[in-house]
Design a protein around this ligand. Structure first.
Ligand SMILES: Cc1cc2nc3c(=O)[nH]c(=O)nc-3n(C[C@H](O)[C@H](O)[C@H](O)COP(=O)(O)OP(=O)(O)OC[C@H]3O[C@@H](n4cnc5c(N)ncnc54)[C@H](O)[C@@H]3O)c2cc1C
Length: 480
């Protein structure tokens, strides 16, 4: 297994329960939380351990700052005209994400996925199972009413007055830890707007607190941290697979390179890295039977940030858990889910962060192997492919301002970034309907690479995890 994020954690648990000896190779570290110490830096206090093998602390609106290269929490990939954030730690994106756990609408899901992938089945079986495993829940009223969520109440009031009433949404924050922060028992983290580079006190129900310990408890699963897979190939004599790895020292540097063999190989390295491994393997001839869909259908999920003002009171900080959202089908060029977000840098300023995901059915990229540099790149994604979702997000915000309930507004220039990379190994094209990679036996992709560039107007973690659960139900049922 490659990767311990959402797809990898599900696969590890279900394989372990089925009695399959499973080794999870994870490039990042298993970080230990502390109730009182700052384990991770944040956007205003950049530290080297926030970034995967980078000379600069750089992400969206952060000012680039020199740092030391080390196996830190998040890899930032610039591919053509888009900056992509993708996790690099045990637990994958669940450690750095904002915990928003929402499902796509049926109409958009069915426009994206093959008919054989049943929305009804996901809705009745897999979405509820995942919500329960991840302890996803609505923000309790007592927390919503506190000072750090003044911005959430202002967002809800603004949208209601403008004619777009919001609904509460589920996240995977641990409310008793949030209450602990509010009461001064824990170092403030989620309530001051830390999330994108982890919560030092473990304030989210991330995968290191549910799926992964359950997988380890089966006795059949091991996780090898700081172990990066560099390439994959068919095994000796055409049997199984060879996986080449390099082992990282926690504070930087490579300590070893090796080859491992396995009978079954699950790729769950996330959209960008599963895609890079598969495209390289196909185009260097090491897995030459992979089909032409590998590398395709990549998209940034229509992510866009917009900032606007509100009238006080403001609160001393902006808490990270998202309280609410509204889904708007028509009127802005693309259907949009607009969420109440936060910004650490705003502190007590009267500015709101609006995050949106657009149902973008058109803009897609393709990853290709460049023999000259020995790299897998996406060369066909220019900045113009970000414009539709960004224009839709700005148009929504301008409507709010136009209705006289916000502003004058400091709308920042489009950021051209995504935290939601999707696609590269699309379900039903590069794989069968359950993630079995076409062209090979016992080779599976089980992560965001299966989702064809857009999650249908949802933040993608619930969909990715539910698709992995559905795939594992089938794979375990049909394996000898
Ligand atoms: C800042 C931020 C906020 C987000 N907020 C939300 C949110 O609120 N709600 C939501 O639904 N989604 C959110 N997301 C997106 C979500 O985190 C991802 O969609 C999700 O994690 C993808 O799951 P995955 O299983 O595809 O891969 P990941 O969770 O990314 O896991 C992949 C794992 O594979 C490992 N890996 C990669 N390459 C290799 C290799 N070569 N060898 C070994 N290991 C490797 C990585 O280190 C990682 O642990 C956010 C993402 C970010 C960055």
């Amino acid at each position: 297994m490659i990767g311990s994020g959402f797809g990898g954690a599900v696969a590890a648990l279900r394989l372990g329960q089925a009695g399959v000896q499973t080794l999870v190779l994870e490039r990042g570290r298993h970080w230990t939380y502390s109730p009182t110490q700052q384990v991770f830096g944040n956007e205003q206090n950049p530290m080297s351990q926030m970034f995967w093998q980078n000379d600069f602390a750089i992400w969206l609106t952060m000012q680039p700052t020199l740092i030391d290269r080390m196996p830190g929490l998040m890899e930032v990939v610039t591919a053509g005209g888009i900056q992509i954030g993708t996790a690099a730690c045990v637990g994958g994106g669940s450690v750095v994400y904002a915990g928003v756990t929402v499902q796509p609408r049926r109409r958009h899901f069915e426009a994206l996925f093959p008919a054989g992938v049943s929305y009804t089945e996901l809705d009745q079986v897999h979405f509820p199972r995942v919500r329960q495993m991840l302890s996803a829940s609505y923000m309790p009223e007592d927390i919503y009413r506190t000072d750090p969520f003044t911005h959430s109440r202002a967002f809800d009031a603004q949208l209601k007055r403008a004619g777009f009433p919001t609904q509460p949404i589920r996240t995977t924050f641990n409310w008793s830890r949030v209450r602990g922060e509010l009461a001064g028992r824990l170092r403030p983290s989620s309530v001051i707007g830390e999330s994108s580079f982890g919560n030092s006190n473990g304030a989210k129900h991330d995968l290191t607190q549910n799926y992964l310990p359950a997988a380890l408890a089966t006795g059949n699963v091991r996780i090898s941290q700081l172990t990066e897979v560099t390439s994959i190939a068919v095994g000796p004599g055409g049997r199984g697979y060879t996986v080449r790895i390099r082992e990282h020292a926690p504070d930087g540097g490579i300590v070893a390179t090796r080859e491992l063999g396995c009978d079954m190989l699950f790729l769950a390295a996330g959209s960008v890295n599963t895609t890079r491994l598969l495209v390289r393997a196909r185009d260097t001839g090491e897995l030459s039977e992979l089909n032409e869909h590998v590398g395709t259908c990549w998209g940034g999920n229509g992510d866009a940030f917009v900032y606007r003002a509100f009238e006080g009171p403001t609160g001393a900080s902006q808490g990270a858990p998202c309280a609410s959202a509204v889904f708007v089908e028509d009127g802005f060029g693309m259907p949009l889910r607009i969420e109440n977000w936060y910004a650490l840098a705003f502190g007590g300023e009267p500015y709101l962060s609006q995050f949106s995901v657009a149902v973008d059915m058109d803009n897609r990229g393709t990853w290709t192997y460049d023999k000259a540099t020995d790299e897998v790149k996406m060369l066909d994604w220019g900045p113009e492919k970000n414009l539709g979702p960004e224009a839709a997000a700005a148009a929504f915000s301008n409507t709010i301002i136009g209705r006289g309930v916000a502003g004058p507004s400091p709308i920042l220039p489009p950021t051209g970034g995504t935290a939601h990379p999707l696609g590269g190994c699309p379900l039903g094209r590069a794989t069968d309907l359950y993630g079995r990679v076409e062209g090979y036996r016992d080779l599976y992709a089980l992560d965001g690479s299966l989702v064809p560039g857009n999650a249908g107007g949802a933040n993608p973690s619930l969909l990715i995890t539910a698709l992995a659960e559905r795939a594992m139900d089938d794979i375990v049922a049909h394996s000898g």
